[in-house]
Design a protein. Sequence first.
Length: 238
Amino acid sequence: MEDSHNKIILQSPALLKYILETSSYPREHEQLRELREATVKEYKKMSSMNVPVDEGQLLSMFLKVINAKKTIEVGVFTGYSLLTTALALPPDGHITAIDSDREAYDFGLQFIRKAGVDHKINFIKADALSALDDLVNREKEENSFDFAFVDAKKDDYLKYHEKLLKLVKIGGIIAYDNTLWFGSVVFSKDDEMEGWPDWLRISRKQVREFNSFLATDSRIELALVSIGDGLTLCRRLY
């Protein structure tokens, strides 16, 4: 059953290996590779909390296409997506990064500094909802962010969404990670997930509810991309 709990939606190991070895790894920035490998060594299975390489490269290109300059990241871990974003932004770009785990961020900081982009990052050690509330309460921060990336507590995704719609400018993008949740979103009932861990069952329901909400949210344009563990892109309309 363990193999069925793969966080990568693409279930053909050979095809995934081809994508990574042919396209993704040859284009991976040196410090991103070092961070990825060090995270695997230090955190073992928990290293999957970082975005996969191909998803990171999609985000990087996307940030450049929309000419993002000011972004926010909710959920950092060791910072693979954070470093990806910092490398993609212009020299005067700025990232507000929020996570309650300073230790994991500090672990990845050595690679961010080595890449020479640590000056773009303002790390806030805090509960995400509290930190977002603080930003919303600062009038100058409303409607000022070009892009937001969310990879944090799934049961709070709806709450993050409401706050981020106040922070991201009209036409800006909010990206939510893990919106296919190990592929478990196809199950409509918990009893279809026999042998799956409890934490996967609980989050499956929350992710399904979040996806259903986004599908009816008239404030956004929506695209759910089947890369990594599912990536939902929301473009703010008003």
